[in-house]
Design a protein around this ligand. Sequence first.
Ligand SMILES: [Zn+2]
Length: 370
Amino acid sequence: MSKLITAKDAEEMIRKGEQPSVGAVLTPSARDLFGSRLKPAVGTSCPGVSRNSTAAGIARGEFSWKPGGDPTTRAGIEKYFNSPALEVLKERICEMGRRLWQREYTDGNGGNITVRVGDNLALCTPTLISKGFMQPSDICLVDLDGNQLAGTRERTSEANTHFGIMKRQSAAKACVHAHPPHATAFSIANVDIPSCLIPEADVFLGKIGLAKYQTPGTAANADEVGEVGKSHQAVLMQNHGVIVWGADVEEAYWRVENIDSYCRVIWIAAGLGGGLHRFTGSQASELIKIRQKLGMPDARADLKECELCDSAEFRPGVLVPGSRSPAGTENADPAPDPEAELLVQQITDQIVKSLSNNGAPPVDGRNPPQ
Ligand SMILES: [Zn+2]
């Protein structure tokens, strides 16, 4: 079995001037401590990691597994769950949790993280825990139906929402769900997040999907989010928050940063009063090509250029088309009220008539307002 080197081990080794042996697996903190001191040949045999497989990059990159090789016995599952490769991933999940909490993308016990580690296996965060203070020993192993297979804490109730995406989109190797305040504000205000404003957002987020509100943790929510998430890497969950996915857990986490930063900038820019300048459909098309070269799906790939940036001009209060308010009324512009229309028309006629009389009292004898 490969030797796992933790941050504490790394400190001791650095103090003694030692280097990790070939094949050793370093935790992210240990890797950071070694930094440029690492020899390039170190750590080239980490099972399960398909790229960035030097020790310096061991925790990054898409995790791969042997297809058809999921352990099935109790002993096999425990061995895999406690393997160095999965210990590295657990520590990585905790690190992403710390970043979520430090950036105020989660509060209380909010948010959850999953990383796929087998045909039918995933690591996931437990329920009722602050994402800012997790330890690797808190992480659970579950199958993609949400059955807990290993770990001492109970898995998050929202794991099945992540698996709704993973089952439909094989490129989704890690998912992060959080409640970043600016993006979540868009989700509860029912305001569409416009595209064609910032090139990096169009490349790294693509078209942001919208999943209609469903009760968190339910099968209906998993289906709704899964259907949207299979073609959108960033999904706004109505009245809830966001869920994003990527090839690895850090890439997924970056998208939480991306979407909240994007919504924050739009919110600030919309308040400046000068309108928002959008780039053209042709320019958006170039960004989509960059996105496709990076291997990322885009729900807009089949659209014509003239359709890419032609959504309603964004302004605060533009509602998601066809969505419903909590009271069940359509959020599209309401149908005109005939009585109100008639009243407005009568008042308008009266004012026009009054003005045409050069200030003389209206013909019905009532005084104009003073
Ligand atoms: Zn949530």
